[in-house]
Each structure stands twice: as C-alpha cells, then as structure tokens.
Design a protein around this ligand. Sequence first.
Ligand SMILES: [Zn+2]
Length: 503
Amino acid sequence: MHVLFLGDLMWIYLLLLCCASCNGRPDPRKRDALIGLEASRRTGGDITLNEREKLLDGKLQKLKQHDMEAGQFPPSMHFFKAKRLIDQSPVFNLIQKMPKGAALHVHDFAMVSVDWLVKNVTYRENCYVCFTDKQTVQFIFSSGPPASSSHCSSWTLLRSLREKIKNTTELDNSFIRNLTLFTEDPDRAYPNQDTVWERFEQVFLVAYGLVTYAPVFKDYLYEGLRQFYEDNIMYVEIRALLPQTYELDGRLNDKDWSMAACQEVVNQFKKHHPDFIGARVIFTVHRKINATEAVKTVEEAMILRRNFPDVMAGFDFVGQEDLGRPLWYFKDALSLPEDKGFNLPYFFHAGETDSQGTDVDQNLMDALLFNTTRIGHGFALARHPVVKEMARKMYVPIEVCPISNQVLKLVSDLRDHPAAVLMAEGHPLVISSDDPAVFGATALSHDFYEAFMGFGGMSFNLGTLKELALNSLRYSTLSSQRKEEAIDALLVKWDKFVWESLL
Ligand SMILES: [Zn+2]
C-alpha cells in the first residue's frame, strides 16, 4: 500500500543531512515533511480527497474538535456510559449517514436490537417463559404446555402472564435486561473478564429459545439485515452457529435447513432492497469442543460449503478464547480440508486476549499457519511483530471490534486500544461490531465512531473513513467481479453522501 516507504526514508535521510548546515532550530520544512509522512502512512493516508470531500473534511474536523473539547470524551469512557453522548454527537450523526460498505464480523444471535425480540417476538402466540435459578429467563414456543426444564420454574404462557399482570412494562424491561449486557454501572457489575463472559454467554442462552424457533429464525435474520441496511451497510458476513431450529410441534430442523433458510431470506431481502448486495455465513462452533467433535464439525462444514457455495463462506471457532481450546489443539481437524484437496476458508477469532505468552496467545500465529482469510479481533497482534509482518504480507486483515473489546474488558479507554497503533501504520484492517445487540449499539455506526475518534483523535480525516468503508468490501469474500461492482456501487453512494452532507 505505502509504496513510497523506501523513498520516504531516503528523503528524511537527505533532510537530516541538510540539517548539518542548520542552526539549533530544526528546519520547519523537515518538521512539515515528518508530519506529512506520518499522515501518509495511516489508514486512508494515501487517499486524495476531491474538492467536495475536502470541504466536508473541513466541516468534519470542526465537528470533531467540538467532541474533543466537550469535557467528556466518549471513547475514554465505557460505552454504556458514553452511548448517550455519542448519540448526540454530530460526528456520529454524519457517520450514521455514511455508506460503510460491509460488516464482516457479526454473530448470528446478536444482530437484532433486543427491543425487537421483546416487543415483537415474545408477543407472538404460543410463547412460553420460565424463570431460572440463575435469575435469568428462558423462552420456548410450543403448541401445548412444554415439559419442565431443569433449573427453571414451570413454563407459563406469556400471553396469560401479561393479561394477569396488566402493566407489562416492567416485565418487558426485565426481559430486555436479560438479553443485553447493558447496565448503568458496568465496572461494578462486571469486575473482571470471566464475570462479563459468563453473563455474555448467558445472554445468548436467553435469546436461544426465541431465535431457534423456525419462523422466528427467518424473521430474525430478515430484521437483522434490515437493521444493518438502515445503518447504511450493503453487505454482511455472519458468524453463525447454525443450531437446530424447532417447529411448534417440537420437530427439529438440521443445519441444511438453517443454511437454506439463510439463502432464502437473503434472496428475499435483496429482492426488496435491490442496492443490498447480500450476506454470507461463516459457520462457527464453540471452542470448548474436543478433537473428535472438531473433526466431525469440520467435515460438516465441508459438506455445507459443497451444498451451499453461494452462502457458506467458511469456518471459525467462537467463545472466550482464554478459556477455550487453542487452535493448535485442533490441528488434525483443521488440516482435514487441505488433506482432502477441499477449499474451506477459515476466519479465525485469534488474539482476543491479553494473556501474553500462553497457548492462547499463539492462536494468531496458528491462524496464519492455517491460512486464515481474516483474523477476528487480533487484539494481541501489536505484541507479535513477526506475525504482524506476516499478516501484512499475506494481506490478512484483522477485524477490529472496539466496543466488544471494551465491554469484554480487554481495554477500558479506547484511546489505548492497540488498533490505534495499527491504524497509524496503515495495517490492513476493517472495523466491525461483533455483537451490537448485546452491547446496545447500532449495527456498525457506534463502532465506527469509537474507532474514528478514539483511535485517531484529530489525526484521522474523511479519507480514513473512506478507506475503512472500502476495506470492508476489499477484504470481504465476494468474488473479484462482485467486489469490483460492490466498490463501484459504494463510491456512487459515497459521492451522494458527500454531496448531501454539504447541503
Ligand atoms: Zn466475534
């Protein structure tokens, strides 16, 4: 990307030489050159803005100044406390309207705002609820009273419960609290990584009974695509567990059903929104499984990829990296596709840790050795210079999810996020949102704001945002022809956005 690198160095060298004839005050031209060189290295630094873009950039810099000087700087605060401020920020408002290209790292059960799950899904017929001994809830749809479940009260038909209690607001709010991590005092509620991860995985269990009901599964995906589209995203790659879905009479559907459902919903959505390019699925499994289960799962992934080549993009592991098994443990399973001459792309979560020097910390290296297409998070990448260099040479980008890293306690002040350094170096990366619904964030705009303001302060400009939007399509799994078409379509949207933002 920065092909001038060697030339840049020579230029600096010449400037240093000429300093021999300077007095004690550094040559201002040298200073300007250094500032210019730094700016050219960072993400978007080699984008030349046209006249209109320059005008918008001027406006953007003023808006940024306002946020920087407002007293409370949102990226320095926990997102749960910063959200109110971000929502009022004109920079955020601009980012919301901006075409952002693709979201490449989002999880299937955390795409749709929980308000929709509670206000729409739990109000459907035949929805039962039970209250667990861990003070959470479970839901199930059933044509008759379901068999009781362990560690849970008896099932109650939600419609009857709501009729009985009349004022349903408090009940609905308690469901919403169960489906997100949001709390007024996150530091007290989640004192360390393990507690927040435990609650995080619990939240998925609460959503599970709602989202795996077959009709809801399809509606959920459609609503998810709608919310991403509304946030000006034209393409999504979804990490999906593809669990068994169930029908009202208890019949179960397999992964083929889920994959076919995804294909059907994506096609339907595209028909209703012709400028939406599509969505693909990265099949995921929890990293706590054993080696035998991993072999079975990778075989399953290969079959899915063969049967659904358009929608199935590849494979990945999910779950807390620190407590799960490292990639190297799964080496037999992960070697299978290549041994069989089968192309199963990998998209490993790796380096979502601050446990330096552990087996888990080596996941970044192993992800590259297994030819990963992208790296999920890569939070630890800055501490692995050789792996970082390799990733850059192999064009393997990291998927940076700022809010997720903060809420899951890898970093508290987003100005200290390692991606700030990586973006200053123009390392290949995309910004994504991981689990926006669980964090109470919009599909992608809040993460874009945090990255833009938190990682760059006053140094990032409109070119940075443009490059991030372009990167999201460049590093997607779209075929080269579709990628080109998508980038052309993005640039048309971009020009319209710039024009409208200047009115
Ligand atoms: Zn993730």
